[in-house]
Ligand binder design. Structure first.
Ligand SMILES: Nc1ncnc2c1ncn2[C@@H]1O[C@H](COP(=O)(O)OP(=O)(O)OP(=O)(O)O)[C@@H](O)[C@H]1O
Length: 907
């Protein structure tokens, strides 16, 4: 291989040395060991506080802390080196340190040290974010880089173990009973080639990871006193990467990850016999490594690579063409070994390197293939030599193979025949399989059914067991109780006797109480029935009182009618009196006139006789007409009034009065209207009479004037004028008197009727209120009796509730009636027309007579005094209507109509 040299970053470099101390283990902490290392990461310095000597200071390319994470170590130390490998460099990373200092932890990591790891992919997925060491992270990194940077690549992995100067292929087939020994072959140009190592080509990182796990698990480990899983071997994990970029340039990168064995000396490790030899060998290899490093540092001409297989294998890495890094792992509690390691690392740091990129031209590739073929040939030759297989045997084997081939051909025909049979068998087997599947399906169904049945039975069985358990428990409880009862029976018999006696006395008391309560209930029921009777009596009384009220209203109206009748008679008398007076006055006037006229006639005899007769006839006629008209109009007016009142009186029914007192108001309004009409009519008649008189007098005056003209007697004229004035005054005075008299009488009648009605209503209301109060008292009494009794039977309660409901209904009815009466009274009061104040007029004879007549009427119609005796009966000496049957007065108060003698309907 012709390697074209390229300067690594353009300058010489030294071997990178990184220090990584581990924290104190639990074991060390339990021994109260303390760390004698002080780490200054910034200054990349480790200070060793030596117990025996002075404090030592060591500087390295990088110094990690005790708690540095795996990914940080990879990121800082390995990732840049792997990037260089992907560019075509070869690089080697050593882990150097005493046993138990953390070499394997740093190189492989926790997971891969765990030999029970099974699922490669899942471990791979978790390794990058957990305790995975440099190796798995480097695999991942290299494949990522290759996929990103190159169009074509191949990755080959070898994994070797050096144990007792014996190389072991960790990737070899373990089933091979005689595994091939690995040899280091040195070619002409002193290049060391390892022969016999399995080179696994990996296409994916998973393949590479599998390879890593396989190798790691095969590493031989031996236990020492210092570490429970101490490794006594060196392991060399190599990844060879051939890369081809888009331009067709090819490069070769190599990464050696070397986990060295422990660097401790034999005495401290405690190894004996075989182990001692192992330990010594280990130290010899490391010693050679150290010597090689020293020789390289001091540029010695002879470098003893060949003294150990380790240095032979790593010759390329150590001679300076490779990027080399050493991670020294430090145990914080072992001063001597750690100092040795620190010094080792410090020396190695002086080792100069001049890495070169391995770029391959097509010529180089061809050459490499030629070399490869040559190497394979040499390998074959070596095999022939080593295995010593003679060529003759080879030929014999070949003949045997030919024979086997012939036999095989002969058997082929038989095989073809058998194939048909096999096909038939196959068909049969297929149908049998189908049958089997059907039967299996049926069986499965049956099994499922059975299972369900079984489950059901199990449930029932469980239930039965539970019930049985409960029964057993109960039986035990019963037995216990029985036992307790037996034990306490004798002691409790006296108590039981006493108890029975007590019970008997309580029973007697109870019986007495029950009897007493029954009596109470009976008393309450009788009281209730009495109360109900009282309520019904009161209701009857209220009905009777309503009847009495109606009767009184009727009587008042009858009195009013009689009063009106007497007033009308009085008015008739007054009118007759007025008429008589008027007649008398007129006759006197006429007589006077006749006398005077006779005197005149005597003087003018013949001429005046005719005038006198004419005048007299005219006057007579006129007065007769006037009187007739007055009489007629008055008579017709009174007749109308009388007719109206009679009609109203006959039409008036006490039913109407009781239902609505509005009618009363209307009747009184009508009466008032008639009164006004009467007054107006009379006034009109008086006015008409006056007018007619005035016209007559005017006519007389004119006649007399004519007579005067004729007689020329001035004295007679004067007398006539005085006479006329006198007549006029009489007419005015009488008309006025009559009108005032009428007004006064009518006012008296109306006020009397109203007072009477109000008195009757008040009395009735008071009696109804009294009845309601009594009913309330009875109800209260009943409630109290109810409350005092706590043992009322259900039947009694329901009966009493019914009674109470009935009483409630009756009370509501009574309240409703009372409300209606109150409304009627209010309405009557509102609608009653208040008459004007009386006018003080000197009383005439007729007025005095009228007053006397009214007094007589009032005396005849004195209000009846009603009393209520102890049995709630009302007595007033008058005929009462038949009592209202109780059965018909349960919910509402029914009014039974009846008739008086004059057939006027009333209640
Ligand atoms: N940096 C670290 N952080 C935590 N634990 C660590 C660290 N390094 C090592 N250990 C623990 O210390 C113990 C010994 O580590 P490890 O087996 O890697 O030592 P070693 O140097 O490989 O020993 P040997 O040479 O005998 O193989 C292990 O249990 C490991 O988990």
């Amino acid at each position: 291989m012709n390697e074209r040299s390229q300067s690594f970053n353009g300058s010489d470099k030294h071997v990178q040395v990184i220090a990584r101390p581990r924290p104190l283990s639990d074991n060390e902490k339990s021994q109260n060991l303390t760390s004698y290392l002080n780490i200054n990461e910034t200054r990349r310095e480790i200070i060793v506080n030596c117990k025996t000597s002075t404090t030592r200071f060591f500087n390295y390319d990088h110094v990690f802390g005790f708690q540095t994470r795996q990914q940080d170590v990879y990121k800082v130390v390995v990732a840049p080196i792997v990037d260089e490998v992907l560019k075509g460099y070869s690089s080697t990373i050593f882990a150097y340190g005493q046993t138990g200092s953390g070499k394997t932890h740093t190189m492989l990591g926790k997971f891969l040290m765990d030999k029970t790891s099974k699922d490669t992919v899942s471990v791979y997925m978790t390794m990058l974010e957990s305790e995975a060491g440099i190796m798995p992270r480097a695999i991942h990194h290299i494949f990522q880089g290759l996929q990103r940077q190159y169009v074509d690549y191949t990755v080959k992995i070898t994994y070797l173990e050096l144990y007792n100067e014996e190389l072991t292929d960790l990737l070899a087939d373990v089933t091979n009973e005689q595994p091939e020994k690995i040899k280091i072959y040195e070619d002409k140009d002193k290049t060391n080639t390892i022969i016999g190592a399995t080179e696994v080509i990996c296409e994916t990182p998973f393949d590479a990871f599998k390879v890593l796990i396989k190798g790691a698990q095969r590493r031989q480990t031996a236990e020492t006193l210092m570490n429970a899983s101490s490794s006594r071997s060196h392991s060399i994990f190599t990844m060879t990467v051939t890369m081809k970029d888009a331009q067709g340039d090819m490069r070769l990168g190599k990464l050696h990850l070397v986990d060295l064995a422990g660097s401790e000396n034999i005495s401290r490790s405690g190894a004996t016999d075989k182990r001692a030899r192992e330990a010594g060998t280990i130290n010899q290899s490391l010693l050679t490594l150290g010597r090689v490093i020293t020789a390289l540092i001091s540029n010695e001409k002879h470098v003893c690579y060949r003294d150990s297989k380790l240095t032979r294998i790593l010759q390329d890495s150590l001679c300076g063409k490779t990027i080399t890094s050493i991670i020294i792992t430090l145990s914080p509690a072992n001063e001597t070994e750690t100092l040795s390691t620190l010094e080792y690392g410090h020396r190695a740091r002086s080792l100069k390197i001049r890495p070169e990129i391995n770029q391959l031209s097509s010529k180089d590739v061809a050459r490499e293939y030629v070399d490869e073929i040559r190497r394979l040939r040499q390998e074959l030759d070596a095999k022939r030599e080593v295995d010593g297989i003679p060529y003759s045997q080879y030929l014999a084997l070949k003949n045997q193979m030919t024979l086997v081939q012939t036999l095989s051909d002969n058997n082929q025909a038989k095989l073809n025949n058998n194939e048909q049979q096999i096909e038939q068998y196959r068909t049969e087997i297929e149908s049998l399989r189908r049958q089997l599947a059907t039967q299996q399906q049926e069986l499965r169904l049956e099994i499922n059914e059975r299972k369900e049945m079984l489950t059901l039975n199990r449930c029932r069985y469980d239930e039965l067991i539970q019930i049985t358990n409960k029964a057993l428990t109960f039986r035990e409880q019963v037995v216990n109780a029985m036992q307790q009862l037996c034990s306490t029976r004798s002691a409790g018999s006296t108590l039981i006797d006493q108890y029975i006696k007590d019970c008997q006395s309580i029973g007697d008391n109870l019986q007495i109480n029950v009897q007493r309560i029954n009596e109470d209930i009976r008393t309450i029921l009788s009281t209730c029935s009495q109360s109900v009777g009282k309520v019904l009596t009161i209701s009857t009384n209220i009905g009777q009182q309503i009847y009495i009220l109606n009767e009184k209203i009727r009587a008042v109206l009858s009195l009013a009618f009689q009063n009106f009748h007497s007033i009308f008679e009085e008015l008739n008398n007054i009118h007759n009196h007025f008429q008589t007076e008027l007649d008398r006055e007129l006759r006197l006037l006429i007589d006077m006139l006749v006398v005077e006229i006779k005197n005149d006639v005597d003087k003018n005899q013949e001429k005046l006789i005719q005038i006198q007769e004419d005048t007299l006839i005219k006057m007579k006629t006129c007065f007769q007409e006037m009187l007739a008209s007055c009489d007629l109009s008055n008579q017709s007016l009174w007749l109308n009034l009388h007719k109206f009142l009679t009609q109203r009186f006959n039409q008036m029914s006490l039913m109407q009065i009781s239902e609505k007192s509005t009618n009363d108001g209307n009747e009184l309004l009508d009466l008032n209207n008639i009164r006004t009409a009467c007054l107006n009519e009379h006034e009109q008649q008086v006015f008409t009479t006056q007018n007619k008189l005035e016209a007559l007098i005017t006519h007389l005056i004119e006649s007399l004037t004519d007579i005067n003209k004729t007689s020329n007697q001035k004295n007679t004229k004067l007398q006539n004028t005085t006479l006329i004035q006198h007549i006029h005054n009489i007419c005015i005075q009488h008309g006025h008197e009559i009108r005032q008299l009428l007004e006064t009488k009518l006012q008296c009648i109306f006020s009397q009727v109203r007072d009477e009605y109000e008195q009757q209503c008040d009395h009735l209301l008071r009696s109804i209120e009294h009845d309601i109060n009594q009913m309330n008292l009875i109800l209260q009494d009943m409630n109290n009796k109810f409350d005092s009794s706590s043992l009322i039977t259900n039947d009694s309660i329901s009966l009493l509730i019914k009674q109470s409901q009935r009483i409630d209904v009756m009370t509501k009815n009574l309240e409703y009636d009372w409300q209606m009466i109150t409304q009627s009274v209010d309405k009557f009061e509102c609608e009653t027309i208040v008459p004007p104040p009386p006018i003080a007029i000197p009383k005439t004879d007729a007025a005095i007579k009228l007053e006397l007549a009214i007094k007589e009427q009032q005396q005849q119609q004195q209000p009846r005094l009603m009393t209520i005796d102890n049995k709630e009966n009302i007595t007033d000496g008058n005929l009462l209507p038949a009592p209202i049957p109780i059965s018909s007065r349960t919910a509402t108060v029914n009014i039974v109509p009846c008739r008086l003698k004059n057939d006027t309907p009333f209640f």
